[in-house]
Structures are given as structure tokens and as C-alpha cells.
Write a protein that binds this ligand. Sequence first.
Ligand SMILES: [Fe+2]
Length: 242
Amino acid sequence: MAFRTLLAKKTLALASSFAPVSASGDRWLGASLHRVRTLTVASLPDLPYDYGALEPIISGEIMKIHHQKHHQTYITNYNNALEKLDAAIAKGDASAVVQLQSAIKFNGGGHVNHTIFWQNLKPTNEGGGEPPHSTLGWAIDTNFGSLEALIQKMNAEGAALQGSGWVWLALDKGSKKLSVETTANQDPLVTKGATLVPLLGIDVWEHAYYLQYKNVRPDYLKSVWKVINWKYASEVYDKETA
Ligand SMILES: [Fe+2]
């Protein structure tokens, strides 16, 4: 995936030992067999800008809570679920393996989505909000008519999304076409299609805007384009269509 480091390695020692007994009944201590598995867990990525750098579009308070509290909570819960999954697999507990899937999807999705989201934002004085040029710009014109038409479509679908979720500008790696997609809760874009790649995802959970925009999600959606990092979206597009 074309975003910053997602995962940090953490070794969880899940060792078991096996001490076979010899024909004479004595333990064969020198032949203990150790099984050690490692589990790769997630960690919170740094933001590529200061918490207050997106003001006045998104307040520093929102960014700090969103990153340090909400994203971190998804990571913590995802890692806990992974550890339980690892134990369930080791025990061959199929029921527990299945039971853990919803927690992994929700919290793992929250981690994946927010990691993309931080890359999708950029301070205005560093190029945030500057329209995409060249290949992605042409593709947007071809698929939607204009950048303005795409923004209107994403704003409308984001505003209409019931409850919490995400609105995406997606690239289909197979057809090379762009589309606007929405996902509920923390479902990542890949749940809508295995060939879909997120170029841009906008978080429309209330925690992303409520402290500043209150319940008026359309105002948040109208403003957020001023800090959208089209350079990132263009780089992903170019890489996936090369
Ligand atoms: Fe969020």
C-alpha cells in the first residue's frame, strides 16, 4: 500500500516447549523443541504536519483528539484482537476465530482508513487544496466532467451517508476507472471491491468535525477541500496505473 509505515514489529513470545520422554522413562532434556511465532502489530503513525497546521479548516483540537485518541483506540483494539486471534488459532478454536472477525474488521479498518486520511490532508501553505494536474486531473475530467463535479458528488454522497462512515475517490486497478464510493462505519474501501484503490478518503464520522462544525456535516465537507493533498492522490494514481 502506498502510504507511510503502517506497522511496527513487535515480537510476542508465544513459545511452547516439548520435552519427549525416552524409552527408559527419563526426560530427554537436551531435545526440547521450541515453537516460537511472531505477530506483527500496528502502531500509531506520526502525522506529517503539526496538529494546528490545518487551521482554520480543521482545528488543532480536533486533529489532536482524532489522532491521539480515536486512531490510537482503533490500533489498541486491533492489536488486542490480533493477540486473541493468534491464541485462538494456536488452540484450534474455530468458534473464537470467527467471533473475532468483526473486531478485526472494525478496528483494523479504522487503522487503515485513518492512516490514509492523514496523508490525504495537507496544510494550505504547503500545497493543500491545490488541484491535481496531469494524469489524475485528466482522469477526473474524463470520469466526472470536472474537478468541481467530482467534489459536488463526493460532498453529496458524504452528506447523505447515514450514520458514520467514509466517502472515497477510488481507482479500479483493473479497469483504470475512477469512481466515488462510500463505506459504512470503519469498513475500508477494499470491502467494496478487491481491485479498488483509495486515492482519497474523507472521514465523515462526527469525531472528524463536530467540535468545530457541530452537526453540520455539509459545511465540513465544503471546507475540507481547502486542505486536500491532491499530490498524494496523484502519486498513488500514477503508481497504480503505470
Ligand atoms: Fe476518524
